[in-house]
Design a protein around this ligand. Sequence first.
Ligand code: NAP
Length: 291
Amino acid sequence: MDEKTGVTAAALAAIPFRSLGTSGMRVPALGVGTNRWGRRGKGADELLPVFSAALDAGANLFDTAEVYLGSETTIGECRRRDPRPALLVSKFAPYPTRLSARSFHKALEGSLTRLGTDSVDLYLIHFPFSLLGIGILVDRLAEVARAGKARAVGVSNFSARQMYAAAERLERHGIPLAANEVQFSLFHRDPEGNCVLEACRELDVALIAYRPLAGGRSPQEGSALGRTLAGIARAREKTVAQVALNWLLRKDEHVLAIPGATSVAHVRENVGAVGWTLDDDEFAALERSST
Ligand SMILES: NC(=O)c1ccc[n+]([C@@H]2O[C@H](COP(=O)([O-])OP(=O)(O)OC[C@H]3O[C@@H](n4cnc5c(N)ncnc54)[C@H](OP(=O)(O)O)[C@@H]3O)[C@@H](O)[C@H]2O)c1
Protein backbone atom coordinates (compact mmCIF):
# COMPACT_ATOMS: atom_id res chain seq x y z
CA MET A 1 0.00 0.00 0.00
CA ASP A 2 1.23 3.51 -0.83
CA GLU A 3 1.76 5.18 2.58
CA LYS A 4 0.90 8.68 1.37
CA THR A 5 -2.31 7.94 -0.53
CA GLY A 6 -3.41 4.72 1.17
CA VAL A 7 -4.06 3.14 -2.22
CA THR A 8 -3.48 -0.58 -2.74
CA ALA A 9 -0.94 -1.83 -5.28
CA ALA A 10 -3.66 -3.42 -7.48
CA ALA A 11 -5.62 -0.20 -7.69
CA LEU A 12 -2.49 1.86 -8.29
CA ALA A 13 -1.87 -0.27 -11.36
CA ALA A 14 -5.37 0.42 -12.71
CA ILE A 15 -6.18 4.04 -11.87
CA PRO A 16 -3.79 6.49 -13.49
CA PHE A 17 -2.52 9.33 -11.37
CA ARG A 18 -2.58 12.86 -12.70
CA SER A 19 -1.07 16.12 -11.52
CA LEU A 20 -3.07 18.84 -9.82
CA GLY A 21 -1.45 21.44 -12.02
CA THR A 22 2.03 22.35 -10.82
CA SER A 23 1.10 22.01 -7.13
CA GLY A 24 3.31 18.92 -6.87
CA MET A 25 0.29 16.78 -5.94
CA ARG A 26 -0.59 13.65 -7.90
CA VAL A 27 -4.12 12.31 -7.41
CA PRO A 28 -6.21 9.52 -8.97
CA ALA A 29 -7.67 10.57 -12.33
CA LEU A 30 -11.02 9.23 -11.16
CA GLY A 31 -12.61 10.29 -7.89
CA VAL A 32 -16.11 10.38 -6.42
CA GLY A 33 -18.57 13.28 -6.50
CA THR A 34 -20.59 13.55 -3.30
CA ASN A 35 -23.18 16.27 -3.83
CA ARG A 36 -25.95 13.79 -3.03
CA TRP A 37 -24.25 12.42 0.08
CA GLY A 38 -26.18 13.39 3.15
CA ARG A 39 -29.36 14.15 1.22
CA ARG A 40 -32.67 12.39 1.80
CA GLY A 41 -31.45 10.82 5.01
CA LYS A 42 -28.44 9.27 3.27
CA GLY A 43 -25.81 9.43 5.99
CA ALA A 44 -22.72 7.50 6.96
CA ASP A 45 -24.68 4.33 7.83
CA GLU A 46 -25.72 4.02 4.19
CA LEU A 47 -22.72 5.60 2.53
CA LEU A 48 -19.82 4.01 4.45
CA PRO A 49 -19.82 0.96 2.10
CA VAL A 50 -19.65 3.37 -0.87
CA PHE A 51 -16.81 5.33 0.74
CA SER A 52 -14.90 2.13 1.54
CA ALA A 53 -15.47 0.70 -1.96
CA ALA A 54 -13.93 3.85 -3.43
CA LEU A 55 -10.91 3.50 -1.10
CA ASP A 56 -10.58 -0.20 -1.97
CA ALA A 57 -10.51 0.69 -5.66
CA GLY A 58 -8.03 3.55 -5.30
CA ALA A 59 -10.59 6.20 -6.28
CA ASN A 60 -9.89 7.96 -2.98
CA LEU A 61 -10.44 11.55 -4.15
CA PHE A 62 -13.73 12.90 -2.76
CA ASP A 63 -15.27 16.09 -4.13
CA THR A 64 -17.47 17.96 -1.68
CA ALA A 65 -18.49 21.53 -0.78
CA GLU A 66 -19.94 23.39 2.17
CA VAL A 67 -23.15 23.84 0.13
CA TYR A 68 -23.64 20.09 -0.50
CA LEU A 69 -25.97 19.70 2.44
CA GLY A 70 -24.76 16.95 4.74
CA SER A 71 -21.99 15.79 2.40
CA GLU A 72 -19.03 17.06 4.41
CA THR A 73 -20.51 15.71 7.65
CA THR A 74 -21.14 12.31 6.04
CA ILE A 75 -17.59 12.15 4.67
CA GLY A 76 -16.22 13.17 8.08
CA GLU A 77 -18.16 10.35 9.74
CA CYS A 78 -17.07 7.85 7.05
CA ARG A 79 -13.44 8.89 7.63
CA ARG A 80 -13.79 8.25 11.34
CA ARG A 81 -15.15 4.76 10.65
CA ASP A 82 -12.70 3.95 7.81
CA PRO A 83 -9.54 5.98 8.55
CA ARG A 84 -7.57 4.97 5.46
CA PRO A 85 -6.20 8.06 3.69
CA ALA A 86 -8.74 9.97 1.60
CA LEU A 87 -7.99 13.03 -0.52
CA LEU A 88 -10.50 15.82 0.10
CA VAL A 89 -11.64 18.62 -2.21
CA SER A 90 -13.97 21.28 -0.77
CA LYS A 91 -15.19 24.68 -1.86
CA PHE A 92 -16.03 28.17 -0.59
CA ALA A 93 -19.34 29.66 -1.83
CA PRO A 94 -18.74 33.40 -2.46
CA TYR A 95 -22.27 34.64 -1.70
CA PRO A 96 -22.72 38.44 -1.91
CA THR A 97 -23.22 38.61 1.86
CA ARG A 98 -19.82 37.04 2.55
CA LEU A 99 -17.45 39.91 1.99
CA SER A 100 -15.11 39.84 4.97
CA ALA A 101 -11.93 37.80 5.28
CA ARG A 102 -13.46 36.50 8.51
CA SER A 103 -16.42 34.95 6.63
CA PHE A 104 -14.00 33.21 4.25
CA HIS A 105 -11.88 31.71 7.01
CA LYS A 106 -14.97 30.81 9.08
CA ALA A 107 -16.39 28.92 6.09
CA LEU A 108 -13.18 26.93 5.70
CA GLU A 109 -13.03 26.18 9.44
CA GLY A 110 -16.63 24.89 9.20
CA SER A 111 -15.66 22.56 6.36
CA LEU A 112 -12.58 21.31 8.22
CA THR A 113 -14.62 20.62 11.36
CA ARG A 114 -17.33 18.74 9.44
CA LEU A 115 -14.74 16.74 7.51
CA GLY A 116 -12.78 16.01 10.70
CA THR A 117 -9.44 17.23 9.39
CA ASP A 118 -6.89 20.01 9.89
CA SER A 119 -6.48 20.62 6.16
CA VAL A 120 -8.06 19.78 2.82
CA ASP A 121 -6.06 18.61 -0.18
CA LEU A 122 -7.67 21.11 -2.54
CA TYR A 123 -9.78 24.18 -1.70
CA LEU A 124 -11.72 25.88 -4.48
CA ILE A 125 -13.73 29.07 -5.00
CA HIS A 126 -17.04 27.42 -5.98
CA PHE A 127 -18.09 30.01 -8.58
CA PRO A 128 -16.78 33.39 -9.68
CA PHE A 129 -19.73 35.55 -8.58
CA SER A 130 -18.71 37.98 -5.88
CA LEU A 131 -18.88 41.70 -5.28
CA LEU A 132 -15.27 41.40 -4.16
CA GLY A 133 -13.78 40.49 -7.50
CA ILE A 134 -11.46 37.62 -8.26
CA GLY A 135 -8.30 39.26 -6.90
CA ILE A 136 -9.41 39.50 -3.28
CA LEU A 137 -10.92 36.01 -3.27
CA VAL A 138 -7.72 34.61 -4.69
CA ASP A 139 -5.65 36.45 -2.06
CA ARG A 140 -7.72 34.61 0.56
CA LEU A 141 -7.03 31.29 -1.12
CA ALA A 142 -3.33 32.14 -0.90
CA GLU A 143 -3.71 32.81 2.84
CA VAL A 144 -5.21 29.37 3.49
CA ALA A 145 -2.50 27.70 1.40
CA ARG A 146 0.20 29.58 3.33
CA ALA A 147 -1.44 28.62 6.64
CA GLY A 148 -1.23 24.95 5.58
CA LYS A 149 -5.01 24.51 5.64
CA ALA A 150 -5.13 23.54 1.94
CA ARG A 151 -2.35 21.62 0.19
CA ALA A 152 -3.43 23.14 -3.13
CA VAL A 153 -5.95 25.78 -4.22
CA GLY A 154 -8.07 26.43 -7.27
CA VAL A 155 -11.36 27.61 -8.73
CA SER A 156 -14.60 26.23 -10.14
CA ASN A 157 -16.90 27.41 -12.92
CA PHE A 158 -14.32 30.02 -13.97
CA SER A 159 -14.07 31.10 -17.61
CA ALA A 160 -10.71 31.00 -19.38
CA ARG A 161 -10.31 34.75 -18.85
CA GLN A 162 -11.09 34.44 -15.13
CA MET A 163 -8.62 31.54 -14.87
CA TYR A 164 -5.81 33.66 -16.31
CA ALA A 165 -6.65 36.43 -13.82
CA ALA A 166 -6.70 33.99 -10.89
CA ALA A 167 -3.44 32.31 -11.96
CA GLU A 168 -1.69 35.64 -12.36
CA ARG A 169 -2.82 36.86 -8.92
CA LEU A 170 -1.82 33.60 -7.22
CA GLU A 171 1.56 33.74 -8.91
CA ARG A 172 2.24 36.99 -7.04
CA HIS A 173 1.99 34.89 -3.86
CA GLY A 174 4.21 32.17 -5.37
CA ILE A 175 1.29 29.70 -5.33
CA PRO A 176 0.11 27.87 -8.46
CA LEU A 177 -3.52 27.64 -9.57
CA ALA A 178 -3.99 23.88 -9.25
CA ALA A 179 -7.42 23.28 -10.83
CA ASN A 180 -10.57 24.61 -12.43
CA GLU A 181 -13.60 22.37 -11.79
CA VAL A 182 -16.12 22.73 -14.61
CA GLN A 183 -18.89 20.75 -16.26
CA PHE A 184 -17.37 18.56 -18.96
CA SER A 185 -18.49 15.34 -20.61
CA LEU A 186 -19.34 13.81 -23.97
CA PHE A 187 -22.78 15.34 -23.39
CA HIS A 188 -21.49 18.82 -22.51
CA ARG A 189 -18.34 19.79 -24.37
CA ASP A 190 -18.32 23.52 -23.57
CA PRO A 191 -14.75 23.56 -22.17
CA GLU A 192 -13.49 22.71 -25.67
CA GLY A 193 -15.40 25.59 -27.27
CA ASN A 194 -14.97 28.24 -24.57
CA CYS A 195 -11.17 27.84 -24.28
CA VAL A 196 -11.18 26.52 -20.69
CA LEU A 197 -9.50 23.27 -21.76
CA GLU A 198 -6.97 25.25 -23.78
CA ALA A 199 -6.28 27.51 -20.77
CA CYS A 200 -5.76 24.41 -18.59
CA ARG A 201 -3.15 23.16 -21.07
CA GLU A 202 -1.45 26.52 -21.41
CA LEU A 203 -1.37 27.29 -17.67
CA ASP A 204 -0.80 23.63 -16.70
CA VAL A 205 -3.88 23.50 -14.52
CA ALA A 206 -6.01 20.39 -13.86
CA LEU A 207 -9.52 20.36 -15.31
CA ILE A 208 -11.76 18.54 -12.84
CA ALA A 209 -14.78 17.41 -14.86
CA TYR A 210 -18.06 17.53 -12.96
CA ARG A 211 -21.31 15.92 -14.14
CA PRO A 212 -19.19 13.57 -16.30
CA LEU A 213 -22.22 11.27 -16.73
CA ALA A 214 -24.71 14.07 -17.43
CA GLY A 215 -26.34 13.43 -14.07
CA GLY A 216 -26.82 9.72 -14.82
CA ARG A 217 -29.22 10.34 -17.71
CA SER A 218 -28.79 7.99 -20.67
CA PRO A 219 -28.20 9.69 -24.03
CA GLN A 220 -31.37 10.15 -26.05
CA GLU A 221 -32.50 6.84 -27.50
CA GLY A 222 -31.73 6.61 -31.20
CA SER A 223 -29.43 9.66 -31.16
CA ALA A 224 -26.08 9.40 -32.98
CA LEU A 225 -24.26 9.61 -29.65
CA GLY A 226 -26.53 7.01 -28.03
CA ARG A 227 -25.95 4.55 -30.89
CA THR A 228 -22.17 5.11 -30.96
CA LEU A 229 -21.82 4.72 -27.19
CA ALA A 230 -23.96 1.58 -27.17
CA GLY A 231 -22.03 0.06 -30.10
CA ILE A 232 -18.62 0.66 -28.50
CA ALA A 233 -19.85 -0.54 -25.11
CA ARG A 234 -21.15 -3.78 -26.68
CA ALA A 235 -17.96 -4.42 -28.65
CA ARG A 236 -15.73 -3.71 -25.64
CA GLU A 237 -17.95 -5.48 -23.10
CA LYS A 238 -18.09 -2.23 -21.12
CA THR A 239 -21.01 -0.10 -20.02
CA VAL A 240 -22.03 3.19 -21.62
CA ALA A 241 -20.90 5.04 -18.47
CA GLN A 242 -17.47 3.40 -18.64
CA VAL A 243 -17.07 4.38 -22.30
CA ALA A 244 -18.14 7.97 -21.58
CA LEU A 245 -15.63 8.28 -18.70
CA ASN A 246 -12.85 6.67 -20.75
CA TRP A 247 -13.43 9.25 -23.51
CA LEU A 248 -13.15 12.05 -20.96
CA LEU A 249 -9.89 10.79 -19.46
CA ARG A 250 -8.40 10.14 -22.88
CA LYS A 251 -9.28 13.67 -23.97
CA ASP A 252 -6.36 15.28 -22.18
CA GLU A 253 -3.81 14.52 -19.45
CA HIS A 254 -5.08 17.56 -17.55
CA VAL A 255 -8.57 16.06 -17.10
CA LEU A 256 -9.76 14.30 -13.92
CA ALA A 257 -13.33 13.02 -13.50
CA ILE A 258 -15.50 12.94 -10.38
CA PRO A 259 -18.65 10.92 -11.24
CA GLY A 260 -21.24 11.27 -8.49
CA ALA A 261 -22.18 7.96 -6.90
CA THR A 262 -24.21 6.86 -3.91
CA SER A 263 -24.02 3.12 -4.54
CA VAL A 264 -21.19 0.59 -4.32
CA ALA A 265 -22.22 -0.81 -7.72
CA HIS A 266 -21.79 2.59 -9.40
CA VAL A 267 -18.39 3.19 -7.76
CA ARG A 268 -17.16 -0.21 -8.95
CA GLU A 269 -18.62 0.28 -12.42
CA ASN A 270 -16.98 3.69 -12.75
CA VAL A 271 -13.58 2.34 -11.71
CA GLY A 272 -13.94 -0.04 -14.67
CA ALA A 273 -13.66 3.03 -16.91
CA VAL A 274 -9.87 2.88 -16.48
CA GLY A 275 -7.27 0.22 -17.18
CA TRP A 276 -8.10 0.19 -20.90
CA THR A 277 -8.17 2.84 -23.63
CA LEU A 278 -10.52 3.63 -26.49
CA ASP A 279 -8.70 3.23 -29.79
CA ASP A 280 -8.31 6.14 -32.21
CA ASP A 281 -11.32 5.11 -34.35
CA GLU A 282 -13.62 4.73 -31.35
CA PHE A 283 -12.45 8.05 -29.91
CA ALA A 284 -13.01 9.80 -33.25
CA ALA A 285 -16.47 8.23 -33.67
CA LEU A 286 -17.52 9.51 -30.23
CA GLU A 287 -16.20 12.99 -31.03
CA ARG A 288 -18.15 13.09 -34.32
CA SER A 289 -21.41 11.82 -32.85
CA SER A 290 -21.39 14.12 -29.83
CA THR A 291 -21.14 17.41 -31.70
N1 NAP B 1 -18.26 22.60 -8.97
C1 NAP B 1 -19.54 22.60 -9.26
O1 NAP B 1 -20.18 23.66 -9.48
C2 NAP B 1 -20.28 21.29 -9.36
C3 NAP B 1 -21.57 21.22 -9.91
C4 NAP B 1 -22.19 19.99 -9.98
C5 NAP B 1 -21.55 18.85 -9.51
N2 NAP B 1 -20.29 18.94 -8.97
C6 NAP B 1 -19.57 17.75 -8.46
O2 NAP B 1 -19.49 16.82 -9.51
C7 NAP B 1 -19.99 15.56 -9.06
C8 NAP B 1 -20.58 14.79 -10.22
O3 NAP B 1 -21.68 15.48 -10.79
P1 NAP B 1 -23.18 14.95 -10.65
O4 NAP B 1 -23.22 14.00 -9.48
O5 NAP B 1 -24.09 16.12 -10.63
O6 NAP B 1 -23.45 14.21 -12.02
P2 NAP B 1 -22.87 12.86 -12.68
O7 NAP B 1 -21.62 12.43 -12.01
O8 NAP B 1 -22.82 13.10 -14.13
O9 NAP B 1 -24.02 11.82 -12.41
C9 NAP B 1 -24.34 11.32 -11.12
C10 NAP B 1 -25.58 10.44 -11.27
O10 NAP B 1 -25.22 9.35 -12.11
C11 NAP B 1 -25.50 8.14 -11.43
N3 NAP B 1 -24.40 7.22 -11.76
C12 NAP B 1 -23.16 7.13 -11.22
N4 NAP B 1 -22.45 6.16 -11.81
C13 NAP B 1 -23.26 5.62 -12.75
C14 NAP B 1 -23.10 4.57 -13.68
N5 NAP B 1 -21.95 3.91 -13.77
N6 NAP B 1 -24.15 4.27 -14.50
C15 NAP B 1 -25.30 4.95 -14.43
N7 NAP B 1 -25.52 5.97 -13.56
C16 NAP B 1 -24.51 6.29 -12.73
C17 NAP B 1 -25.56 8.46 -9.96
O11 NAP B 1 -26.44 7.55 -9.34
P3 NAP B 1 -26.28 7.06 -7.81
O12 NAP B 1 -26.28 8.31 -6.96
O13 NAP B 1 -27.48 6.21 -7.63
O14 NAP B 1 -24.99 6.29 -7.67
C18 NAP B 1 -26.12 9.88 -9.98
O15 NAP B 1 -27.53 9.85 -10.09
C19 NAP B 1 -20.98 15.94 -7.96
O16 NAP B 1 -21.29 14.85 -7.10
C20 NAP B 1 -20.24 17.07 -7.28
O17 NAP B 1 -19.27 16.55 -6.38
C21 NAP B 1 -19.64 20.13 -8.90
